[in-house]
Design a protein around this ligand. Structure first.
Ligand code: SF4
Length: 327
């Protein structure tokens, strides 16, 4: 795929299933939130994970960060297998993987002033050897996210939404991580400040050699910030490729439908809007064969009995559909 680049995160056949309680315990049932997902994340890139609500994006990143114990599969981070590591063994690795949430209010402890908030991850991870060193690093982090050092004694509620998200980013940077997972980081912000936060993330990626996984349901945000994109549907990646491959040469019927709903700002004419019929099926009882078949206008008998394999379209562009490869 990309032979020159180092793989930072290698995920293979990952499953994250949750048991469903039932009074009639004839057969144990599971919500298959992530079901047999594989992908590579290269150092220095931004990989977008896109799809409708409930497709498994958030569960996937929580499994990859080992905030959940995977049901099955392999997660190799920076050369170490972490899928089955115990919590204690994960501790030294955690500082290299950080997450930024959609709602900075929820992720920042409102009882603490900004200076303390930024010092805390350093204290937990024993990053600086002295208090003076920590203070200097707090100042450097504030400068990196363009928050004035005068605000060091303010509480999170004294900032705007955009400023709070900048503080959350500074907090994620406090441990000098290799990977930052951004979980819908601009969805709760005013449209006017979204681009500022996205540009900040981009600048920090270059200056600090960061690797991002960027989760969003908003395809225009994904197009703006991501180098590669994975499209998820009902717990599976159905297509993955470069931004150009996904946005200009998408191959999977679901990706095409998702993109047809995105308005073009360039003045280019939108392709015909594809309306998806019906609801997303339950992840407890996903359709046989292709998981998308109940909403796909091209579905055939084969789609009901055979799960499509990922088909290589070249340059790391892959999609799972029986139609691909047929003229
Ligand atoms: Fe549609 Fe069949 Fe392709 Fe699935 S495999 S996306 S049902 S054509």
């Amino acid at each position: 795929m990309e032979p020159d680049k180092k793989i930072l995160l290698k995920v293979r056949n990952l499953k994250q299933w949750f048991p469903v309680n039932s009074l009639l315990l004839e057969k144990k049932k599971y919500v298959k939130a992530v079901n047999d997902v594989s992908f590579d994340l290269y150092e220095g890139e931004t990989l977008g994970i896109a799809g409708e609500s409930g497709c498994g994006k958030s569960t996937l990143i929580r499994s990859c960060l080992r905030l959940l114990k995977p049901t099955d599969g392999s997660i190799e981070f920076d050369g170490q297998e972490i899928a089955n590591k115990k919590l204690r063994a994960l501790r030294p690795i955690r500082k290299d993987m950080q997450i930024i949430f959609q709602d900075p209010y929820a992720s920042l402890d409102g009882r603490w002033k900004v200076g303390r908030l930024l010092e805390e991850p350093m204290i937990i991870n024993k990053i600086c050897s002295s208090k003076k060193e920590r203070k200097e690093k707090v100042n450097e982090l504030l400068e990196a996210v363009s928050i004035s050092q005068e605000y060091i004694n303010r509480f999170p509620h004294e900032f705007s939404g955009g400023q709070r998200q900048r503080i959350a980013i500074a907090s994620a940077l406090a441990t000098d991580p290799k990977l930052i997972v951004c979980d819908e980081p601009v969805s709760a912000l005013d449209v006017s400040v979204r681009a500022q936060v996205l540009n900040l993330l981009r600048d920090l990626q270059v200056s600090r050699k960061l690797t991002y996984i960027f989760v969003s349901h908003d395809m225009s945000v994904i197009e703006y910030i991501c180098d590669r994109v994975a499209i998820m549907y009902l717990g599976k990646i159905v297509e993955i490729g470069s931004r150009k491959a996904i946005f200009e040469e998408s191959a999977h019927p679901y990706t095409k439908a998702l993109l047809s709903a995105v308005p073009k700002v360039s003045g280019e004419k939108n392709a015909e809007r594809i309306i998806l019929e019906g609801d997303i099926p339950s992840p407890v009882d996903p359709p046989s064969g292709c998981v998308f078949r109940t909403r796909c206008k091209y579905a055939t008998e084969k789609c009901a009995c055979e799960e499509p394999k990922m088909c290589d379209l070249g340059d790391g562009h892959m999609a799972a559909c029986h139609l691909i490869g047929k003229a």
